[in-house]
Design a protein around this ligand. Sequence first.
Ligand code: G1P
Ligand code: ZN
Length: 548
Amino acid sequence: MTEPDLTIQTIRTQVFAGQQPGTSGLRKKVTVFQQPGYLENFVQSIFDSLQGCAGQMLVLGGDGRFHNRQAVQTILKMAAANGIGRVLVGQGGILSTPAVSCVIRKRQAFGGIILSASHNPGGADGDFGIKYNIGNGGPAPEKITEAIYARTQAISEYRISDAPDIDLDRLGACAVDGMAVEVIDPVADYAEQMSQLFDFDAIRKLFAGGFTMRFDAMSAVSGPYATAILERMLGAPRGSVMHGQPLEDFGGHHPDPNPAHAAELIDLMSGEQAPDFGAASDGDADRNMIVGQKLAVTPSDSLAILAANATVAPGYKNGIAGIARSMPTSCAADRVAEALGVPCFETPTGWKFFGNLLDAGKVTLCGEESYGTGSSHIREKDGLWAVLFWLNLLAASGKSVRELVQQHWARFGRNYYSRHDYEGIATERANALMDGLRAQLPAMKGQMLGSHRVELADDFHYADPVDGSVSSHQGVRIVFDDGARIVFRLSGTGTSGATLRVYFEKYEPDSSQHDLPTQQALADLVAIAEQIAGIAEHSGMARPSVIT
Ligand code: G1P
Ligand code: ZN
C-alpha cells in the first residue's frame, strides 16, 4: 500500500460568513452553508482568532442534522492544515452540546467546535450552525466571537488538507495528514458524569417499582444519551425513550421541547393512560421540558423547584452557592434564593452570561425560561441532566410531579408565566415597535397600567459582576409593584425576519388562586402589552405564532 501524497492547500475565497452580532455562533440555512468556501471561511476565522491553538487538542461533534458528517470531515482536514495537535470527534460525528462541554472539561481540551442549530428545524431546507467553545467548556465570550466575526469579513484564503475522509463510525485512533484523531463514544464521558451527580440506585429502584416515563428525544441527538442512561443504566422499560433515533431532518419536526412543538408528548401526558413522568429535549440536547400527568411544568418553576430541593442529589448535597436566571425568566427562583440565603443573579438572555458566574463559584444552578436549565457541572445548559435531577427528586420524595409543583407554589407562591412569540415580522417593523416602547419608558414609572402600578421601566442593562463587561439593550422590561412583569425583546437566534418575544408574569401568593388557566390569569397583562406596544399593528398579526 502506498501512502497518499498529502498536501496542504491554500484556497482563495470570496465568501464572507456573516454572523449575527452578539450571538455565540453562526446559524444559517443549510443552503447557505453549502456554498463553496462558506463553512471554510468561518472555520479558518476560528483558527486565525485562537491564540496558541497550534499543537492543542480540540473536541468536535454535532447534533447529527443534515450536513453534519460532511462538515465534520471538512473541519478535520482544516484542523490538520492549521497545525491542531489532536481532535476528539464523536462517533458518527455525533456529540450533544452538553457532551462537548463535558468532554472538553474532562479531557482538558483547548476548546471545541459544535455543529448545531439547536432547536431550529433540520434537513436540506433546514438550518445548520457552528460555534466555538473555550477550554472551560462554555461558549466563547464576546471578545472571541467578535474577533472571529471580524476575521470572517477580512479573510481571503483558508487552509485545508487534501487527505481522504476518515471512517467516522469506527471507534479509536486514526490520523488526518499527521494530525491525531480519536473517534470517541459520544455517550461514555457524559453518562459517567451523570452517574456521579445523581443517585442512580434510587432511580433504579423507582423504575424497578413500576414507575413509568416517556422521554421524547424528538428524533434528535438526545436519543442515544437517553436510551443508554434511562433504559440501559437505570432500567426504565424499553420504549420509555420515544423518537430516540437521531434523524438528519428530525423527522420533519421542529425539535424544540415545548408544549407547542412536543404536542405528541403533551397529548400522551394528558390522556388517561399517561405515564408518571414525561420529558423532552431539543435538537442538540441542551434544552428540556418536564411534564407531569396533565401538567407541563414551566421552565422557570422547574429551576425554582430544583433549587429548593437540590440537596436530594449527591452532586449538590452540600447545597448551592447561588442561582442565576436570564432576565425574562420568572422570579420564582429569586424567592427560593431568598429562602436559602443565597444570591440570585439576573443576566441577559443567552447561556454565555452564566459562564463567568459559574467559573467564579458564585452560582451552582442556572436557568432560562426557554427550556434551559443547568449547573456548574458543565458550561452549557443540559437537557438530560434536568430530567435526571427530576427523577432523583421524584425517587427521593416519593411524590408525583403535580404534588411537588403544588407544594412549591403553596410555600413560595405561584408565578404565572407565559411567552408569546410573533415570528417572521419584517425587521424594520420589529425595530420600530421596540423603538416606540423605548421612547415611552422614561414617563412610565409610577403610572397605572390597568390595575398595576409601574415600579420600574427600562431597557435591561447588565454589568458582569466578575469581569465588569457591560451589555446594553437586552430587552425592555416593565416591572409592576405587585410582582407582575412584561418583557419585550427581539430574538437573536432566528434565521429569517425578526421574532418578537413578549414575556408575561404575575405573582399569586394565595393558594386558593393557584389553579387558574395560565392565559386567563395573564389576560390583563396581555391587553396592556398590546396597548403600549401596538403589536397587532406592527406585526400584522392578530395573535402570536407560538405561545409557550
Ligand atoms: C433563544 C432563547 C434563549 C436561549 C437561546 C439559545 O434565544 O430565548 O433563552 O439562550 O435561544 O438556546 P432568542 O431567540 O430569544 O434570542
Ligand atoms: Zn439547543
